[in-house]
Design a protein around this ligand. Structure first.
Ligand code: SAM
Length: 263
């Protein structure tokens, strides 16, 4: 499939998902284990370490990450996203920070800003929608100032997932998905773009099959049987890695904090 056709699928998915997005995220992220608190804690620390200035969020979505950080830090925010409907949510959320935020409809692979513009670039839960993150990472590195901070976060595969189970699972329930990476693979890709990864943190959380269907498969009219077939057919090793039981499984979210080392 061409990159353009795939991006249309992502846009169509988010044009529908926008209405439920924040509620779905709250359901998974505000778990009893404090999954969201751990993530927001990590990214706030990194954002406070970056020199004060303008921050760019790639795939800003509904603005939930930016809304949190804009209150916690003194940075101004620019945000880009491929989906008009998601940007509308972000604009609404950031109404009272209008003077501190600038949101644009744009593609992570063609970031509409000049070289060496930002002290901090954030990209959360977005790179797995790109057929190849190489181009977006090069763009991120291009717009970052030297020593600027990059915060990356996304669902990842377990390092021992030799069958790419997690990637196959996501592809089964979401044609918008492109690829999940192991933390070691993503680290290599980030570093190839001229950003040195200084910290990696992996946070696990439980996700029910019902919410995987609700958040993803439902929007593509994909029958739940497809997911349950994959789950039932999973090997003992896959079951062990992702703690697969009748109703839920463990997912892994990786946060990487890096610094641009090239000029
Ligand atoms: C799972 S949401 C994450 C939103 C936000 N970062 C968060 O953590 O809540 C993924 C977002 O990435 C956007 N997206 C996907 N591909 C993109 C691309 N090539 N360029 C810009 N945004 C993209 C989608 O439209 C969607 O809003």
């Amino acid at each position: 499939m061409s990159k353009v056709s795939h991006k249309r699928i992502v846009q169509k998915y988010y044009s529908k998902r926008a209405f439920d997005y924040d509620a779905q995220k709250a359901r998974t992220w505000k778990s009893r284990t404090g999954f969201d608190a751990q993530i927001f804690n990590e990214i706030t620390k990194a954002a406070l370490n970056a020199e004060k200035g303008t921050v760019l969020e790639i795939g800003i979505g509904s603005g939930r990450v930016c809304f949190y950080l804009i209150k916690e830090t003194e940075h101004c925010f620019a945000g880009i996203d491929l989906s008009k409907e998601m940007l509308k949510l972000a604009k609404r959320k950031l109404t009272s920070y209008r003077k501190k935020s600038n949101l644009l409809l744009a593609d992570a692979e063609y970031i509409p800003f000049q070289d060496n513009t930002f002290n901090l670039v954030i990209c959360m839960s977005t790179l797995h929608y790109l057929a190849s993150p190489k181009c977006a990472l090069e763009e991120i590195s291009r717009v970052l100032k030297k020593n600027g901070v990059f915060i990356y976060g996304d669902v990842c595969m377990h390092e021992e997932d030799v069958t790419s189970f997690m990637d196959r699972l996501e592809r089964t329930i979401s044609p918008a998905h492109a690829k999940y990476y192991k933390p070691s693979e993503m680290r290599r890709l980030i570093e190839k773009s001229g950003i040195r990864v200084a910290k990696t943190k992996i946070i696990s959380y439980r996700k029910s099959y019902a919410s995987l269907i609700e958040d993803k498969a439902k929007y593509f009219n994909i029958k739940s049987e497809k997911l349950f077939h994959l789950i039932t057919e999973s090997t003992e090793k896959e079951k062990e890695l992702y703690k697969i039981d009748e109703n839920q499984m463990t997912l892994f979210y990786v946060i990487m904090i890096g610094f641009k080392v090239t000029a």
